[in-house]
Design a binder for this molecule. Structure first.
Ligand code: ADP
Ligand code: MG
Length: 577
């Protein structure tokens, strides 16, 4: 046949094909994502050149992607009206591993299959490599894809017909391969495609699920819902949702934001709030970040259900990526889309990715600003935020560089507030404190009633000094972790030294008259009593002493100075079991 050339794939391509076709894939549907992304890229490239003033062949053809299913022939066809490829480009682009990301992927596989190679003992390494890596490959490929070659997961023969958009020579060519070791390129004499590329995949018997329209559509909705060109399956448009995060803020309505959230989160309730972020420096990314109006149990059932959906140029790379936000912002749901990430990035590379770390830092800053503004402008909304998500947000005390800002956003119930629902910030607490106070006092208790009945509270009530109520076990770790806020310490009320509040005047008359000062005689009889009590209690206490701080309660347990609070001790005991 005139002009037909049959060639061998390069060695590393053969290796990838072997791995791909000999592994079991949980996520084979990503081949659709890869082919649609390529089609979308080709349309993008064409549009770019048109915008620069070049004119393509068939200038009136719409920019779109058409997928059609032929059940009888068992073929799936993906056609685009994009840039197209010459014969040389078909060979070059589909016969070698593309630069973008695939090489990293291969490097990762090579590392994982090294043991396999050693075992194969100098024999031809190719196949052994593939088998050893197959199990891990399934995982990696399933998540990240390997570009065009992923089509051989589902097809045993692929024909790529292409007519370049800007070449003088209008000749179309077809690239054909069974994905095993060789491919051919030859001229293709037909009218279609008028412009662009048609990928025809002959599906394997175990991949006929992709002849079902709903199956194809659901894969597209999942991975390619926001491709910026229309995608049709058998004539019907599938991707109707615009990539809202790429739209200018002013053009997006609340209803659109809410609908997008519901589709994204499966939450029937509209979100409490949304941040729409567009950043160009120090990294380029767009993001839509929602604060749900319902709580999640990140300390229990929802432990792993957090992270943001990571997109590269509108194509989903990873669900629930956990590099994009710190754990204390786990309540955020949404998407991040960056131009600067290759599609075929491996999981290992994602984890160490500097780009993602930078995005993370920007998201933290913006989210803190957003919450600060909400706290200032809409106290009710902020209160709702705190009730729903405060429990996880508190863990922000770990974030050393942002600790001051996180501290200012913390909320507590306290002895001064009218009911269990009311909240105070640390700054409000400081503003109410009498001259000379430089400590945030707190008491840990299961609820407000228990906190109020705590005998350590007596003295604070007498002096009119506010005490923060900590209702959750983690709260004491937060207080310990914070150390200080605006030069003030945090201290448990039960650890207050006897004279800690001596410099503050009594606020109100105690309910009972304070006892008269003790006489010499009293002291000696108390000595005997105290000695006897110590004898009975033995090792359970370090000391028994007379206290002047109590008015209503006969006795109170205190920690030695600088010791842990009793509830913290209980917690640690439970953890040691
Ligand atoms: P990547 O998309 O990461 O470059 P792929 O393996 O998916 O790697 O594709 C390899 C190359 O083949 C692309 O870079 C592109 O040049 C070319 N290509 C693939 N599909 C198309 C298409 N539909 N139209 C034009 N070129 C394409
Ligand atoms: Mg690609």
């Amino acid at each position: 046949e005139a002009g037909k050339k049959t060639r061998q794939f390069r060695a590393e391509v053969r290796k990838v094909l072997h791995i791909l076709t000999n592994s079991l894939y949980t996520n084979r549907e990503i081949f659709l994502r890869e082919l649609i992304s390529n089609a979308s890229d080709a349309l993008d490239k064409l549009r770019f050149r048109v915008n620069r003033g070049e004119s393509p062949r068939e200038p009136d053809l719409p920019l779109e992607i058409r997928i059609s299913i032929d059940k009888d022939a068992k073929t799936l066809i993906i056609a685009d009206t994009g840039l197209g490829m010459t014969a040389g480009e078909l060979a070059e682009n589909l016969g070698t591993i593309a630069k973008s990301g695939s090489e990293e992927f291969l490097a990762g596989l090579a590392a994982e299959s090294r043991s396999g190679k050693e075992k194969s003992d100098g024999k031809d390494g190719g196949a052994a490599d593939g088998e050893a890596a197959a199990a891990d490959a399934a995982n990696i490929i399933g998540r990240f894809g390997v570009g065009f070659y992923s089509v051989f997961m589902v097809a045993d023969r692929v024909e790529v017909t292409s007519r370049p958009a800007f070449e003088k020579d209008a000749q179309a060519h077809v690239w054909i391969s069974d994905g095993l070791g060789s491919y051919s390129v030859e001229p293709f004499d037909a009218e279609e495609p008028k412009r662009g590329t048609v990928v025809k995949a002959h599906l394997k018997d175990d991949a006929v699920e992709f002849l079902e329209k709903f199956r194809v559509e659901s894969a597209i909705r999942k991975h390619s819902a926001f491709v910026p060109f229309p995608v049709f399956v058998d004539g019907e448009r599938v991707n109707t949702q615009p990539a809202l995060w790429r739209e200018p803020k002013s053009s997006v309505t609340k209803e659109q934001y809410d609908d997008f959230y519901k589709a994204l989160s499966y939450d029937a309730k509209a979100p409490l709030d949304v941040q729409h972020i567009a950043v160009d420096a120090p990294v380029q990314f767009n993001a839509l970040l929602y604060i749900p109006d319902s709580g999640q149990d990140f300390f229990g059932a929802d432990r792993d259900f957090w992270g943001l959906d990571l997109y590269a140029r509108r194509v989903l790379i990873q669900h629930r990526n956990k590099e994009l936000i710190p754990e204390y912002l786990a309540f955020l749901k949404g998407v991040v889309d960056t131009e600067d990430l290759p599609l075929n990035i491996s999981r290992e590379t994602l984890q160490e990715n500097v780009l993602l770390r930078k995005i993370n830092q920007v998201i933290v800053k913006q989210t803190l600003s957003h919450l600060e503004k909400m706290a200032k402008d809409d106290a009710e909304k902020y209160k709702r935020f705190w009730q729903l998500h405060g429990k996880i947000f508190k863990l922000g005390y770990h974030d050393f560089p942002n600790r001051e800002r996180v501290s200012a956003l913390l909320r507590f119930n306290s002895s001064t507030l009218p009911d269990a629902d009311a909240l105070t910030s640390l700054d409000e607490y400081m503003a109410r404190a009498p001259e000379g106070q430089k400590t945030f006092w707190y008491v840990a208790a299961p609820n407000r009633e228990a906190a109020r009945l705590n005998p350590h509270m007596e003295l604070f009530r007498k002096k009119g000094i506010e005490v923060l109520y900590l209702f959750e076990p983690v709260d004491e770790f937060v207080m310990e972790g914070l150390g200080k806020y605006k030069e003030w310490d945090f201290k448990a009320a039960e650890n207050a030294a006897d004279d800690a509040l001596a410099s503050f005047a009594d606020k109100e008359k105690p309910e009972k008259e304070a006892a008269a000062p003790l006489s010499e005689e009293d002291n000696t009889s108390f000595d005997k009593l105290l000695a006897r009590m110590k004898e009975i209690l033995g090792d359970k206490v370090t000391e028994v002493r007379v206290s002047h701080r109590l008015a209503d309660s006969p006795a109170v347990l205190v920690s030695p100075d600088g010791g842990m609070s009793s509830s913290m001790e209980k917690l640690l005991k439970v953890m040691q079991k």
